[in-house]
Ligand binder design. Structure first.
Ligand code: SF4
Length: 109
């Protein structure tokens, strides 16, 4: 498995945002922290585990938490940002408002 660089990880986030019609978090330092977390998770686990969540021990157990996670669409639609606030909605971006802290749906049934 080849390791990911920060630039490769940034590219990944840009591709996800473009494909989904989302925007990236506009705060450069916050964004870079999340990129670093994603990159570290990739280089540790072999997949882009969400940078705001812990691994449940295997790729299979983590499958829903691989970025973009299972809950991201719903969260961005409902709150304007994903759990990490790496991705935000077009309308939140246009409003200039800050992303908010939102509940984690991971263990909701
Ligand atoms: S919360 Fe955001 S950064 Fe984390 S996996 Fe979901 S979409 Fe990716």
């Amino acid at each position: 498995m080849s390791e990911k660089t920060k630039e490769q990880t940034r590219l990944f986030t840009r591709m996800v945002a473009e494909k989904q019609g989302w925007k990236l978090n506009p705060d450069p330092a916050f964004y870079e922290d999340l990129v670093e977390g994603l990159m570290n998770n990739y280089n540790r686990y072999g997949y882009f585990l969400c940078p705001c969540r812990d691994s449940d021990g295997s790729r299979g157990a983590d499958k829903n938490s691989i970025c973009p996670c299972l809950w991201s669409r719903q969260d961005i639609q409902e709150y304007g940002n994903c759990f990490c606030a790496l991705y935000i909605s077009q309308s939140l971006a246009a409003s200039g408002k800050q992303p908010s802290s939102i509940p984690d749906r991971r263990y909701e049934m």
